[in-house]
Design a protein around this ligand. Sequence first.
Ligand code: DGP
Length: 117
Amino acid sequence: MIALEDCIFCKVVRGELPSDKVLETDNLVAFRDIRPQAPVHVLLIPKKHIASIQDVTPEDKELMGDLILAAQKVANDLDISSSGYRIVSNVGHHGQQTVPHLHYHLLGGRQLQWPPG
Ligand code: DGP
């Protein structure tokens, strides 16, 4: 558990850390990853602090749907919807999650490989 005031993505939400935002709504923000792994690499986060997908509760159902619809909109806006893309959410140690605030990575703009390793 980390204090919310120390969470870097909560700082992005509050505008205390600069970010290259591509979309913002009442309940979520989408911004470019600081270490892009593809020509398009956007992070989609809920404004509400949720540590990971493992911490989602039934009350977050609508929010989780909004994140996927936002990812679809960003893919359209950034012109990767016809070429295709990947949405990934890393969870915990084996998932190699490094920031404990739920986020979806939206990756596209090049041919991605599978399996991810
Ligand atoms: P994960 O390893 O799945 O928890 O992904 C965290 C991602 O967050 C990683 O790709 C790098 C990115 N990241 C970390 N700190 C910052 C930051 O301050 N700004 C931005 N834009 N991205 C960050």
